[in-house]
Design a binder for this molecule. Structure first.
Ligand SMILES: NC(=O)c1ccc[n+]([C@@H]2O[C@H](COP(=O)([O-])OP(=O)(O)OC[C@H]3O[C@@H](n4cnc5c(N)ncnc54)[C@H](OP(=O)(O)O)[C@@H]3O)[C@@H](O)[C@H]2O)c1
Ligand SMILES: [Zn+2]
Ligand SMILES: [Zn+2]
Length: 351
């Protein structure tokens, strides 16, 4: 198959820093869209994957699944996009398209879903490579349309941080007057606050950081509870319909379960792995409370969110960086030192 060599940033091992590498993109096939990448958001999952935190990384890795760019070429049967369109690619670039999940617009739960990076690229028989690169070629079914009124750098994080919080807010029917809490004010957390607020919910942030209170309120939170303050946690008992927990590492969920209302649900989106300490079932049984999980969102739901952001003029709060600063950005993300999403300006790779 004909391929084009493009510049990218990635790593060949868990220990090494990210550096410039060459990768190959396929020539557009009949249904493909070729995208010149303008911006790519930096998700904590990129860092987990580059560092093999989940024990499944195959190297080399080129991370990046919050991609915004312009269409440069389309295949002969592409009907939705044309050259020059402002488009996006999120965490998925393919799925089986026939299973019950795919038929229900839940491609993210398809057993054969293909991640934008670290998945299996059936066209090139390699790993898929993500958005820390000059271009990407994606089947039009997995390409999204970006409202032209939105800042392309600011909208990039909506493709993962946004949809990962939007999907549970929608699934658990968050609406005007719902009581929503968000745990952790990082990339996902700040989008969760903005989106829950835009849906009309009363929004509370649980944070370890006293220095984020004013920011949280500016983002749309009605109040902030410092999670390390026992008195504040005690006061929060029985209050929330839905909690979105974005914390990336193992932590104690039990204090948060207690803050749910009867029938309330704590949705874990941040941490992937065994809980430590274990969950205590007593408050769940005594109050019909649930602890659930949720993975990104399907293609139709992601388009719904992009359109919602266009209508309500919602973008992410971003710090735009050059690709050469990615290793420092990862170090800063580990210290929660980002307001509230790094986004790479891909001009810095092309120049
Ligand atoms: N389910 C999905 O589909 C999905 C999709 C995307 C990402 N993720 C995962 O979601 C997690 C969050 O991603 P992100 O990009 O939002 O990360 P992030 O920007 O680093 O934000 C995480 C926030 O969690 C809090 N936090 C960090 N370490 C903590 C610790 N040890 N204990 C308690 N709180 C801590 C901090 O907020 P405070 O300072 O306010 O406490 C921090 O700002 C990552 O693990 C990522 O892999 C999941
Ligand atoms: Zn992500
Ligand atoms: Zn499927």
């Amino acid at each position: 198959m004909n391929t084009t060599k493009v510049k990218a940033y990635g790593t060949e091992s868990a220990e090494a820093d990210l550096k410039q590498l060459d990768i190959h993109r396929r020539e557009v096939k009949t249904k493909d869209v070729e995208i010149d990448i303008l911006f790519c958001g930096v998700c904590h999952s990129d860092l987990h994957f580059a560092k093999n935190d989940w024990g499944m990384t195959q190297y080399p890795v080129v991370p990046g699944h919050e991609i915004v760019g312009r269409v440069t070429k389309v295949g002969s049967e592409v009907s939705k996009y044309k050259q020059g369109d402002l488009v996006a690619v999120g965490c998925l670039v393919d799925s089986c398209r026939t299973c019950n999940n795919c038929k229900a617009d839940l491609e993210q739960y398809c057993p054969e879903w293909v991640g934008t990076y670290g998945g299996y690229d059936k066209h090139l028989d390699t790993n898929t490579h993500g958005g820390y690169s000059e271009t990407i070629v994606v089947d039009e079914a997995f390409v999204l349309r970006v409202p032209e009124n939105l800042d392309p750098a600011g909208i990039a994080p909506v493709l993962c941080a946004g949809i990962t919080t939007w999907s549970p807010l929608r699934h658990w029917n968050v609406d005007k007057g719902s009581k929503v809490a968000v745990v952790g004010l990082g990339g996902l957390g700040h989008m969760a606050i903005k989106l829950a607020h835009a849906l009309g919910a009363h929004v509370t942030l649980f944070s370890r950081s006293t220095n984020k209170i004013e920011d949280a309120k500016a983002l749309g939170a009605n109040e902030v509870i410092i999670s390390t303050d026992e008195a504040q946690m005690q006061n929060a008992m029985g209050r929330f319909d839905v909690i979105i927990d974005t914390v990336p590492y193992a932590h104690d969920l039990n204090p948060y379960v207690g803050t749910l209302t009867t029938n309330g649900t704590l949705v874990v989106v941040g941490y992937l792995g065994p809980l430590d300490p274990m969950l205590v079932t007593v408050p769940m049984i005594m109050g019909r409370k649930s602890v659930a999980g949720s993975l990104i969102g399907g293609i139709a739901e992601t388009q719904e969110l992009l359109d919602f952001c266009g209508k309500h003029n919602i973008t992410s709060d971003v710090e735009v960086i050059n690709i050469q600063d990615i290793n420092t950005a990862y170090e800063r993300m580990l210290k929660s030192d980002v307001k509230y999403r790094f986004v790479i300006d891909m001009k810095s790779l092309k120049g």
